[in-house]
Design a protein. Structure first.
Length: 629
């Protein structure tokens, strides 16, 4: 049943490995820095043992400070918790010489990160490097975990894992509990949200909470988790990304629910870090004693061999035994106090969770998770609740052949197809005015969405202001020379369209008035599917004196980065403009569904209609814009 998936995962792994080698061998350091995959030069800060007795060291990006002083565009980096990094020295010609020291990122900020070292000797080797730098290393850990999970579920026989596998992938029937005569009521939820919570309680095997944009998926999920905890002692909450896990963890913690966040989240507030396993471990009353024992062990090992004495090994053995007892006691205390264990899907394989089990597993943003990743967490539970929207962004697949082979089809999609009776749609959205909502509702959700009364006719400008506008960039400049998309490395940009996009932002701020933008905190988002266009737009905005007072109100990013976010006004820069009508991955309509559903009041699309409207979806969208206008 899983042979094809295992093969595709291996192909994707090999493809990513080869792409990493290509970048390392062919492209220079400057390219990697621009891509956010490298810091150089760097300097090392303090080193210390963390709460898990692992040696860590601070790494600072010296280039960040120099770039910031020049007020230039600072590349965003891709270093984050759990990723592997490798270090290198640089010779006089600027050629990097990579070491075999592979470390793991423990924490990352804009220009500082903390990495876990493989051993103490690695620190002295790093400090000896001349003109050091650090780069992302190809990490095979997640692939290994996914392959192990698929092999485990394939071999499962006569247990709950085998039952869930067969329910998800065959015609095996679902099982439901009886519906109580008196259902719990939640007046703050709408009818479809209440129904979803009730069905989470009634399902014995699986339930899918399908939450289109703005329908309150997280609100519903938090309510369902709270209600399940009235019947069960603990649950597990997972998601594909750290960001998604942190968000739902915070919502639960704000309700007073005891959350244990396994794995440090990336770039989170101190408030959220306080729920992490490592921080809780450090805060335990037995931790100072454990720390002293670990220090004694390190001290004994630091003594010369000749001076260690005859009972050296006995001393070490006694200290290690006491250390293990304390670790187990602290861990048990932490889990006994916990109601929700929260982690990424890959984080479910964390050593501290070995042997831990609960009845219900919630997987948020399940439509963005590879099926293999879901199977890492599923063995830890008896029932699974998937929440997400398979009409929005899919998992990231880098190998086109693997995408064609079906690797991007998620477990949530499979259940939606095979077990439609397990799906509960949230059908009232609270984000967009009705006109903005209609196109997405009709195209992706069978016209089932309704706008909540409070947002149905919302508008920033009281007089007529079309909520959906398309600005057609013809692709021709004043001298009739063809102007269109261009390439920057492996991404595309369109300078003329970028200038139109900034001009559109200008005009709307002037129309609303800068005073209102500031006083009412009106926010704007600019989306482009292409990273090169995002970089260009950021440069144009940064150089624009008119927009300088409004910078904190404006954010620019890719579609993927805006998933789950919303703004008052969204401007979309489509980039594609060519005679052959090629639109690349814009043909993945789920990405566009995300883009056009981020706005509360207004969406402005800036794009070449001649190129885009050869596709039926964009032709319909263009016609809708003109109809509304």
């Amino acid at each position: 049943m899983f042979e094809k998936q295992i093969l595709l995962i291996k192909q994707e792994q090999e493809y990513e490995r080869n792409e990493f080698r290509k970048e390392m061998e062919i492209r220079g350091i400057e390219h990697r820095i621009r891509r956010g995959n490298c810091w150089a030069p760097i300097k090392f800060g303090r080193s210390y043992y963390n709460s898990l007795d692992r040696m860590v060291v601070e790494v600072f990006n010296e280039n960040h400070a120099a770039t910031a002083e020049k007020d230039a565009t600072i590349p965003e980096h891709n270093f984050e918790y759990g990723k592997s990094v490798c270090f290198f020295s640089t010779d006089g010609n600027g050629t990097p010489h990579f070491t075999d020291i592979i470390c793991c990122v423990s924490y990352a900020e804009d220009s500082r990160m903390v990495v876990t070292l493989p051993n103490e000797k690695a620190l002295s080797r790093l400090l000896a490097l001349e003109r050091p730098g650090v780069a992302l290393h190809f990490d095979e850990t997640t692939y290994r975990l996914m392959l192990e999970a698929l092999q485990q579920v394939e071999k499962a026989r006569g247990n709950r894992l085998a039952e869930l596998r067969d329910i998800f992938h065959t015609s095996a029937p679902l099982h439901w509990g009886s519906r109580p005569n008196v259902l719990p009521q939640y007046p703050w939820l709408n009818a479809s949200q209440q129904e979803a919570v009730h069905e989470v309680l009634r399902a014995n095997d699986v339930l899918v909470v399908h939450g289109p944009p703005g329908t309150g998926k997280t609100t519903t999920l938090v309510e369902a988790i709270d209600e399940v905890l009235r019947r069960e002692s603990q649950v597990m909450v997972c998601a594909q990304s750290n960001t998604a896990v942190d968000w739902i963890s915070k919502q639960l913690a704000d309700r007073g629910i005891q959350v244990l966040r396994v794995g440090n989240p990336t770039r989170v507030t101190d408030e959220m870090l306080s729920f992490c396993y490592e921080r809780r471990f450090e805060a335990h009353s037995d931790y100072p004693q454990l720390w002293q024992i670990r220090r004694d062990i390190r001290h004994l090992y630091s003594q010369p061999r000749k001076g260690r004495g005859e009972n050296f090994h006995q001393k070490i053995a006694r200290l290690r035994e006491k250390s293990e007892e304390l670790e187990i006691r602290i861990r048990e205390d932490l889990f006994n106090m916990t109601r929700v264990v929260a982690c990424t899907l890959a984080g479910a394989a964390h050593p501290v969770l070995k042997g831990w089990h609960c009845h219900t597993l919630f997987i948020d943003e399940a439509a963005q998770a590879l099926e293999a990743a879901c199977w890492i967490a599923i063995p830890k539970a008896d029932k699974v609740v998937f929440a997400g929207d398979h009409c929005q962004l899919p998992p990231t697949i880098k190998n086109p052949e693997c995408l064609k082979g079906g690797l991007g089809k998620t477990l949530m999609e499979t259940i939606v197809e095979r077990k439609p009776e397990a799906v509960r749609l949230l059908n009232v959205q609270y984000r967009m005015n009705e006109e903005l909502m209609k196109f997405s509702s009709e195209w992706f959700y069978g016209g089932q969405l309704q706008a909540a009364p409070g947002v149905k006719h919302r508008s920033i400008i009281e007089e007529v202001d079309a909520p959906l506008v398309w600005i057609n960039v013809s692709g021709e400049s004043e001298n009739d020379t063809s102007v269109g998309e261009d390439r920057d490395g492996d991404s595309l940009f369109n300078r003329e369209e970028a200038e139109y996009t900034v001009a559109a932002l200008h005009l709307y701020i002037e129309k609303v008035s800068g005073r209102r933008v500031k006083s009412e905190n009106i926010d704007f988002g600019i989306i482009s599917p292409y990273k090169a266009q995002v970089r260009l737009l950021r440069q144009l905005l940064k150089r624009d004196p008119f927009l300088k007072p409004f910078r904190r109100h404006i954010s620019v990013n890719t579609v993927d980065a805006f998933q789950g976010q919303e703004r008052d006004v969204m401007i979309l820069s489509m980039v594609r403009a060519n005679e052959k009508g090629r639109i690349g991955f814009l043909s993945d309509l789920r990405r566009m569904n995300v883009a056009i559903t981020r706005a509360r009041y207004k969406v402005v699309i800036v794009g070449n209609a001649d190129t885009l409207c050869r596709h039926r979806f964009y032709r319909s969208l263009y016609q809708r814009c003109h109809h509304i206008g």
